[in-house]
Write a protein that binds this ligand. Structure first.
Ligand SMILES: [Mg+2]
Length: 335
């Protein structure tokens, strides 16, 4: 099915409404996001950046961790153990697959430039894409995630879905959809300011993901986290149309726009001609807070299921879970 052209209205989505900046009452109001005191931001930075659990020092705590994970699996069953059940639900339906990149297809690594996916994982994605329409949706820039994955046959959505490329027919250009294009000059300006202001903070890394900026603090001493939060907030005070969100050890600056990974999934399903929930099962696999928007969309009538990648218990709108990227690969091989 041909992707929907960029300028064609999308009825089911109410797309034009979605492109309007949020009102001041909306949950994404910059005032809501930018006003909290820095110490609140620091708490958020800590809580939104779970480190992998250190190996317990004694067997008792190790057992507690294992029991905790097993109990959590009762609520979010393993997608591997539940594979037959998932396929039963998919009977007579077409499947569409949506994959996050970091922490889902690739391991989380200290240097985001080195988050490569394995050859085996690439093969697994390539094979599944032969019979299931497959999209990669990442917070990274579309070019970067395309470079990492390196498969031409996929749909790519970068910048948390704000930069979508649908593959064209053979020999033709693909279709591009960029709901936040007017923000580009502003994002570039803020990126330059953030690079300048954080240059003396050891380990800080500012990444321009085209429609969002990532300020990575994974390699920054915790004593300097407050400084980073303060710097970013100070700059954003001058840009009320940008907002700040958290990922895993990363602060992200994004346009104030009702657009997220959930909207991107909705748009892609529409583009693929798979928006009829009755005969489509959409599967979204992701590990991060930003993936929750997609999980939520699928749970609330989007005609699909979310699979959370996590090795420790956490609340989610996903239905199922996988422990880590190696389990993701096993799941893809089964599809
Ligand atoms: Mg991720």
């Amino acid at each position: 099915m041909d992707p929907t052209p960029i300028n064609k209205p999308i009825s089911r989505l109410g797309l034009y409404d979605a492109l309007l900046p949020c009102s001041s009452e909306a949950v994404f109001s910059p005032r809501v996001f930018l006003m909290p005191a820095v110490h609140n931001w620091l708490d958020s930075m800590k809580s939104s950046s779970p480190t992998h659990r250190k190996l317990a020092k004694d067997d008792t705590s190790a057992t507690d961790v294992a029991v905790g994970y097993c109990n959590w699996l009762l609520k979010y069953p393993s997608a591997l153990a539940s594979f037959d059940h998932i396929m039963n639900n998919a009977k007579g339906k077409r499947i569409a697959l949506f994959l996050d990149y970091d922490g889902t297809l690739s391991p989380i690594v200290d240097n985001p430039d080195l988050a490569f996916m394995s050859h085996d994982m690439r093969d697994a994605v390539k094979n599944v894409a032969k019979h299931i329409p497959t999209a990669v949706i990442s917070g990274r820039s579309r070019d970067k995630v395309h470079e990492f994955v390196g498969l031409e046959e996929l749909y790519y959505a970068g910048s948390h879905g704000m930069d979508i490329m649908c593959p064209g027919k053979e020999g033709e250009e693909g279709n591009l959809f960029q709901p936040a294009s007017e923000f580009l000059p502003m994002i570039d300006e803020v990126f330059t300011s953030l690079v300048e202001i954080t240059k003396d903070i050891k380990g800080a890394k500012v990444e321009n993901n085209k429609f969002c900026i990532s300020v990575h603090y994974r390699n920054v001493d915790e004593k300097s986290w407050q400084t980073i939060a303060q710097y970013v907030q100070n700059i954003l005070k001058q840009y009320p149309r940008l907002r700040l969100t958290h990922g895993r050890k990363v602060l992200e600056v994004r346009p104030v726009l009702k657009w997220d990974k959930g909207k991107a999934v909705e748009f892609l399903l529409e583009s693929l001609g798979l928006s009829n929930c009755e005969d489509v099962l959409a599967i979204y696999i992701g590990d991060d807070r930003t993936d929750e928007d997609a999980f939520k969309f699928l749970r609330e009538g989007g005609g699909g299921i979310g699979i959370l990648v996590s090795s420790s218990p956490k609340e989610s709108s996903a239905f199922y879970s996988l422990r880590d990227p190696s389990e993701v690969m096993e799941f893809l091989k089964l599809l």
